[in-house]
Design a binder for this molecule. Structure first.
Ligand SMILES: [Zn+2]
Length: 578
């Protein structure tokens, strides 16, 4: 296989195509001019290169330019002896939005994927047997459904809740950008397909709630399956005990769902809210926070999280939005104030004071036991984070776009200032990167695409709050990165682009006997921070932005995950409204 780091082309583009209404950035790695040719080969424009600049993350000398106003059409870009095709259209984003939502359909567990919906990427019903309780293996329960989380076949509540939240906010804020013709089993039922697909996971999250209100952390086997199809993965699955973070995430997303589905299915919206309140009451009554760790003998994704304050904050914001009960607002304000000034400690009035004290003890203990894994000193809530372990940004979305004036001075005016400042900081990284990617060399971590998309979401939120075109451009540049304007000249989305990922770490893609990968997945991308020894051996001192292998075993650089698709859906859905 060719090393992806050396495509040889001096032109890097958004391979999915450009909008007539937005800047059309390309990266050029040659000092020669670039010519834009029409389909008959006539020269339309010429772009001079004023000088290449050194990009620290990739080690490339590169220059990014905007192609400017171009009417819809297919064109060729020519530089030196290289040529590459680009598409320009009034609607450049439907393929991206649709493909990434459909990717989640391909992750459906517990049902058959039929050819009329799945094309050639079918599989039989999988994981249909009752799962055993980890702590008492004589007991079992049938919990079918949900999405396979990532390259593996596990199902985890926190990642699922966050993925659904990105989709529900995409719908609530950018409904016109969430196209509704995905050819999934529910298509045409009167509910938008983005809500149909998200509900498949929500129904499973509801089944993960225990009688006492807590949500179990995950259902997985005790080890990762080999690269086999899901229906052949028949070893026993286990229902793993609840965690505070999974419960708070489920509380938040179910309260959010009660708003999103209210007009389409009031019965489902009501069920979601009851489950959310029941989960909240469990959190109030059970404050002995212990970060989830895999029990001995269970070796699947831990999704361990030493901080629960951000999940509690998000949950309180969503419950206030869903119920208008001021108790939730007051608690969200107390958590916010503590999260902004951690030195003062949790407010004595906080409903969750005991849990927040336990959280600090648990974090200190974690730091003692695992100094190398510890994420660093607690500096408070980070509203530029929207991923599975840090959900403060999702609470911010609720305050700034759903509650608005109802959020009040602290949770609207103050929070807005904080978010705008974060947006500016991130935009300064777009400017420092000569590829306009808002990542510093040290940000190329496992799943660096989540850092890219956290940054894109923060800049998009800043644009929506301020109208700053720079912020919108910054967000657009992160989509360009995902789709090929990068040091690898590679679209990180399977099935989109002339040079896209071919060998994702994704069991069905590896086991289905079809050459092409299952379409509609974005991979984690370059990772020089937490890297397999084999990857280090292969790539040595390769620059961070090129620390990537398009090879199936490379989970550290080439895995897929539901919660990497979903922030791209959120950002692309906005651009799809233009
Ligand atoms: Zn399955």
């Amino acid at each position: 296989m060719a090393n992806q780091a050396f495509s040889g082309s001096p032109i890097r583009t958004n391979q999915n195509g450009y909008s007539t209404k937005l800047p059309k950035y390309i990266a050029v790695l040659s000092g020669s001019p670039v010519f834009l040719l029409d389909k008959d080969g006539n020269k339309i424009k010429e772009y001079a290169c004023p000088g290449l600049e050194f990009d620290e993350a990739s080690g490339d000398n590169v220059y990014v330019t905007d192609l400017g106003d171009i009417p819809s059409g297919t064109y060729t870009l020519k530089c030196d002896d290289y040529e590459t095709e680009i598409k320009v259209s009034d609607k450049a984003f439907p393929a991206l939005v649709n493909s990434l939502i459909k990717g989640l359909y391909y992750q459906r567990c517990g049902c058959e994927l039929e050819s009329r919906h799945a094309g050639i990427f079918t599989h039989k019903a999988c994981h249909t047997a009752p799962a055993f309780y980890w702590e008492d293996k004589t007991r079992s329960k049938l919990i079918r459904g949900g999405w396979h989380d990532a390259g593996d076949y596990g199902k985890y509540v926190s990642p699922g809740a966050v993925t659904v939240a990105h989709m529900l906010y995409a719908y609530l804020l950018f409904a016109d950008g969430c196209s509704d013709d995905l050819n999934i089993p529910e298509t045409g039922n009167g509910t938008p397909d983005i809500l149909n697909e998200a509900r498949y996971e929500l129904e499973w999250i509801l089944k993960m709630q225990r009688e006492d209100g807590a949500f179990c952390h995950k259902i997985t086997k005790d080890h990762f399956a080999p690269f086999i199809m899901p229906e052949d993965d028949t070893d026993p699955e286990y229902i793993v005990p609840p965690s505070h973070t999974a419960t708070a995430d489920a509380v938040a997303v179910l309260a959010l769902a009660s708003r999103a589905y209210k007009d389409f299915d009031p019965g489902f919206a009501g069920c979601a809210l009851s489950a959310s309140l029941k989960g909240y009451n469990w959190l109030v009554a059970n404050q002995g926070f212990i970060p989830y760790m895999n029990p001995k003998g269970l070796n699947t994704g831990p999704y361990s999280d030493t901080r629960v304050i951000d999940e509690l904050f998000w949950a309180c914001c969503e419950l206030y939005a869903a119920t208008e009960d001021e108790t939730f607002k007051s608690e969200a304000e107390r958590l916010y104030t503590y999260g902004r000034n951690v030195k003062e400690g949790p407010s004595p009035d906080s409903i969750f004071k005991e849990m927040l004290i336990k959280e600090n003890e648990a974090d200190a203990e974690f730091k003692r036991k695992f100094p190398f894994w510890h994420p660093g000193d607690f500096t408070g809530l980070n509203f530029a984070e929207f991923g599975w372990s840090n959900v403060a940004g999702l609470g911010a979305l609720c305050c700034l776009f759903s509650l608005k004036e109802k959020a009040g001075k602290l949770l609207y005016d103050d929070l807005k200032e904080v978010v705008l400042k974060l947006g500016k900081d991130i935009y300064s990284r777009v400017i420092s990167s000569k590829y306009k990617t808002a990542l510093r060399p040290q940000d190329y971590v496992w799943g660096s695409i989540l850092c890219v998309m956290n940054n894109a979401m923060t800049m998009l939120v800043s644009f929506l709050l301020s109208g700053s075109e720079d912020m919108r451009d910054g967000a657009l540049c992160q989509l360009d990165y995902s789709l090929g304007l990068n040091a690898l000249d590679l679209s990180f989305v399977t099935g989109l682009g002339h040079r896209s990922v071919q060998n994702p770490h994704h069991r069905p893609s590896g086991a289905d006997g079809i050459d092409a990968p299952v379409p509609g997945f974005i991979v984690g991308g370059p990772n020089k921070q937490w890297t397999y020894p084999e990857t280090k051996e292969r790539l040595g001192d390769t620059p961070a932005a090129k620390y990537y292998l398009d090879e199936t075993p490379s989970a550290d650089t080439n895995e897929v995950a539901i919660y990497w698709n979903s922030p791209v859906i959120f950002v692309a859905a906005y651009f799809n409204t233009l």
